[in-house]
Write a protein that binds this ligand. Structure first.
Ligand code: DGY
Length: 326
């Protein structure tokens, strides 16, 4: 039987590529290369499947140009790069990579919260620049973490994992807002209390954003929401670029309307709003919340297993539009 041809849109670890090569004719990017949209579409023509990252937009125009495509397997839990309606209409399955990154991403959310609250990046730059000449009482005095109020916007699996760290590890008072309230057992396990969005903004000492990006979630946090936060608060975004209005945030940070922010995701990344690069009270990282070798390997393996599961066995592991399979 002829093997299906698939495309890997950004290079993956050798063991993942080797696994795919056992089942498919594989075309892949060289490490470090990112194709333009036009080149990506050109290479995708005639392929039955593709392993994407959140950086490749899958829309009606691409689907029309690639009629042999059957599955797009995203190497990410987020899939806002998919036009899922267009994919379903074209009979193309979408899959994502949930669960395997939950705890690692929550670890990073907490690391970013701590780095932001305790001014770790800012003070490290100060030391490296040779400015440290004496100890002083208020040198890089930051915000308290233990015992403070942790606000979480978006209480899915990662939000819950962050809540558990805050409540059980740091004795934090955890409040959250979500489209739907969690059941009582899950709230108890996270020691988290459901509040309105307004209360969340007003009460949180540290506000962590973990909600999925949808057009309705665009600029969920802008100037008006920042104005409702405590002037001592920190804001952490490990969700998606576009959920925060980055220009409004940079202005608010410069004007000290809130104390600090920690950002792993950006509007239009990998570009970063230039004003964010010049304010000192922000910690910036390049979308690495799930980036440990074991977790990124597990994510890539799950993405590969979705391609194999669907194209070879007819059974994807984590389908987003399962009606396409049925
Ligand atoms: C995800 O899995 O959605 C992460 O943000 C990596 O893209």
């Amino acid at each position: 039987m002829t093997q299906d041809a698939i495309l890997i849109a950004r290079s993956v670890f050798p063991e993942v590529e080797d696994k795919l090569r056992q089942h498919f004719q594989v075309e892949t990017t060289p490490p470090g290369v990112v194709w333009s949209t036009a080149e990506f579409i050109e290479r995708l023509r005639g392929k039955a499947g593709v392993l994407t990252t959140g950086g490749e937009r899958i829309d009606a125009a691409l689907l029309a140009a690639c009629p042999q495509l059957k599955i797009v397997s995203n190497l990410a839990v987020g899939y806002n790069n998919f036009d899922l309606d267009a994919m379903s209409a074209a009979g193309v399955l979408g899959t994502n990579a949930p669960d395997v990154l939950t705890e690692t991403t929550a670890d990073f959310g907490f690391a970013l919260l701590m780095a932001t609250a305790r001014r770790i990046a800012e003070s490290e730059h100060y030391l490296r620049a040779g400015h440290w000449t004496q100890w002083s009482l208020d040198l890089f005095a930051g915000a308290e973490v233990h015992g403070s109020t942790l606000g979480i916007l978006g209480m899915g699996r990662i939000g819950q994992a962050i809540a558990r760290r805050g409540a059980h590890g740091f004795g934090m008072n955890v409040i959250y807002h979500n489209r739907s309230r969690l059941d009582a057992d899950t709230e108890a396990a996270c020691k988290a209390r459901f509040v309105s969005k307004a209360e969340l903004l007003a009460q949180a000492d540290h506000l962590v954003l973990v909600l999925p990006y949808t057009p309705a979630a665009h600029h969920t946090i802008g100037a008006a929401e920042i104005a409702q936060m405590k002037p001592t608060a920190t804001l952490i975004n490990i969700a998606r670029g576009g959920i925060v209005d980055d220009a409004a945030l940079a202005k608010a940070l410069r004007e000290k309307r809130i104390a600090a922010a920690g950002l792993d995701v950006f509007e239009g990344e990998p570009k970063v709003h230039p004003d964010l690069l010049t304010v000192p009270n922000v910690v910036l990282t390049p979308h690495i919340a799930s980036a440990t070798i074991p977790t990124r390997t597990a994510m890539a393996m799950l993405a590969a297993d979705n391609l194999i599961g669907y194209l070879v066995h007819g059974k994807p592991l984590t389908p987003l539009n399962p009606e396409v399979v049925a």
